[in-house]
Design a protein around this ligand. Structure first.
Ligand SMILES: Cc1ncc(C[n+]2csc(CCOP(=O)(O)OP(=O)(O)O)c2C)c(N)n1
Ligand SMILES: [Mg+2]
Length: 216
């Protein structure tokens, strides 16, 4: 994401919205303006910033707890309104920051600290695919899912994130890229095992690809 922002030469006019979760420390890693938002509310805060300052490039950086649990309403309505913002959605299939609890995205059978025997759909329902949910809406301009477990996948992710920012720059409308991201700590796996787990267990539920591209 940082490389894309520098490539596009937009660092001085980009504003990030960092909500609650591992994203909360985003301002420590990016040399650009960042504001915090309450848990789940990043798209509402980004909407306000973008509408007040339409010449700025505004992005949210949100986890799966954000996007599919506490912030479900905000993401669906920001996308449905076609807000001209970019959302980078980090799906690690758990509530990472608070200790690896089950999220709506936790894969069936996946063990988490609040489902030590594995997620059972009879108690906890099925994993939620928010990019597919947003793809039922009229307004979104660009929707894609990528992963980050190999150099090739990282290069592909970079291309998709660039397209998402370009959609905003060209005022085509709302863009979101879901990023399947390893959480070795929360998953209790080594980093190498966690990268394999994305291919073997996660991708079948969350297929990689572009779901919507209205063009730029
Ligand atoms: C209003 C509110 N409710 C609950 C919390 C506790 N909380 C902090 S982080 C978090 C989960 C974050 O999960 P996710 O969005 O997936 O981000 P990750 O840490 O996995 O990157 C929760 C529930 C909070 N800080 N604020
Ligand atoms: Mg998470």
């Amino acid at each position: 994401m940082a490389e894309v922002i520098d490539d596009l030469g937009i660092r001085e006019r980009t504003i990030g919205v960092a909500p609650v979760g591992c994203a909360v420390f985003l301002y420590n890693y990016f040399n650009l303006d960042v504001t915090e938002s309450p848990h789940g509310r990043a798209p509402a805060v980004a909407t306000g910033i973008k509408r007040c300052l339409p010449d700025r490039v505004v992005f949210c950086y949100q986890g799966d707890g954000e996007i599919t649990a506490i912030g479900t309403a905000e993401i669906i309505h920001a996308a449905s309104r076609g807000e001209n913002i970019t959302v980078i959605y980090i799906n690690n299939a758990v509530y990472g920051m608070t200790g690896g609890q089950m999220a709506p995205t936790t894969v069936l059978g996946q063990k988490a600290s609040t489902c030590p025997y594995g997620r059972d759909p009879r108690n906890s329902g099925f994993p939620m695919r928010m990019v597919e949910v947003l793809n039922t809406l009229e307004a979104p301009a660009f929707l894609a899912r990528v992963k980050l477990n190999s150099p090739k996948a990282v290069k592909q992710a970079r291309r998709m994130i660039k397209k998402a920012f370009e959609a905003q720059l060209n005022e085509v409308g709302f863009s979101m890229v879901e990023v399947l991201s390893a959480c070795p700590t929360g998953w209790r796996l080594s980093p190498v095992e966690a990268c394999k787990w994305i291919d073997e267990e996660m991708e079948s539920y969350y297929p990689i690809g572009v779901l919507r591209d209205k063009g730029v």
